[in-house]
Design a protein around this ligand. Structure first.
Ligand code: ADP
Ligand code: MG
Length: 310
């Protein structure tokens, strides 16, 4: 087993301009290493470049430059092996309406060159809970069943890595839970590396061991989910002092002091560690006269800003 399921170095993608249009730089030099065996979340607002990155991994979009290694195989040197290591569940429900689930899996297995004797269509249909619909036409399947089938299709060649692009965008709770149950099972029981994109932070928080945030084609942060949430737990008291501020200032343990250009003193702390009261006490003790005080609550946007600033 390789240490990293995916290794990306300086990945760039510029979409060619359409007629009369401008070029679009979708990825601006991404470096990313995704640990093997993890459930990894790729987060970012719409247009950040998530699908572009996923589609490059899947071999559906050609990168402009950079290195991509999938399960240790360089995409340019070993295209066949790197493609075999990854299965992608796309965002769109593009299924051929004339195939049954079993038929669709057989076609997909053929595309991936899985020999007939090694195909496990029934086993995979069972896993995603579609056994009783194995021979029904895809057009008779509900939205949830189509999602199951897309997941099944991504699994026909037994990839080490499963990628889900916005799997829960616009789906109801039941399908969402089915998907997450399957994903957890594949990860726990088969050690499959799972990579999912989403713009729902709560979802990533619940599912992912590690998270990368991309914004406007750039990697903003990559960290374990718990460390990232630790940052989210941070709160800031912004104090505008009446008087000059001594240096250094005695503060409770864990409080970060930032002197802002407008003369404000920004005191960041973790809610679980310190209280606003304790900080205000320390401020007064330091002889600082407070003219104005307000709090800044972090959200995902703040995390973006905080991390891009420095
Ligand atoms: P995300 O999946 O994070 O929403 P995308 O990777 O789909 O982001 O898109 C990143 C940027 O690239 C967006 O500005 C989008 O408009 C642009 N883009 C995506 N696909 C194409 C394409 N085929 N041609 C031109 N621009 C594209
Ligand atoms: Mg997308």
């Amino acid at each position: 087993m390789t240490e990293f399921a995916i290794e990306i170095e300086n990945l760039r993608k510029t979409y060619r301009a359409g007629r009369g249009g401008a070029e679009k730089v979708a990825l601006k030099g991404i470096d990313l290493k995704i640990p093997a065996g993890s459930i990894f979340g790729l987060l970012g607002p719409n247009g950040a470049g998530k699908s572009t990155l996923i589609n490059i991994l899947a071999g559906l979009v050609i990168k402009t430059s950079g290195k991509v290694r999938i399960w240790g195989f360089d995409q340019d040197v070993n295209p066949r092996q790197s493609r075999a290591a990854i299965g992608v569940m796309p965002q769109e429900l593009n299924l051929d309406p004339f195939f049954s689930p079993r038929g669709a899996l057989e076609v997909q297995a053929g595309l991936y060159g899985v020999p007939k004797a090694q195909r496990r269509s029934d086993e995979i249909l069972e896993m995603v809970g579609l056994s009783d619909k194995a021979d029904a036409y895809a057009r008779t399947l509900s939205g949830g069943m189509r999602r199951r089938l897309l997941l099944a299709k991504a699994l026909v060649h037994f990839p080490q890595i499963l990628v889900l692009d916005e799997p829960t965008a616009g789906v109801d709770i039941e399908i969402r839970q089915m998907l997450w149950a399957n994903v957890r099972k594949l990860n726990r029981e088969r050690g499959m590396t799972i990579i999912l994109t989403t713009h729902y932070l709560e979802e990533a928080e619940e599912m992912c061991d590690e998270i990368a945030i991309i914004n406007q084609g750039e990697l903003v942060v990559q960290d374990t989910t718990s460390a990232l949430l630790g940052r989210m737990d941070a709160k800031t008291l912004v104090i505008h002092p009446e008087s000059t501020v001594p240096d250094p200032i005695e503060m409770p343990k864990g409080v970060e002091i930032e002197r802002r250009a407008d003369g404000a003193l920004a005191l960041s702390y973790r809610r679980g560690e310190t209280s606003a009261n304790a900080i205000l006490d320390a401020v007064r003790k330091a002889g600082i006269v407070i003219r104005d005080v307000r709090t800044e609550e972090p959200d995902l946007q703040d995390v973006f800003l905080d991390l891009t600033r420095g």
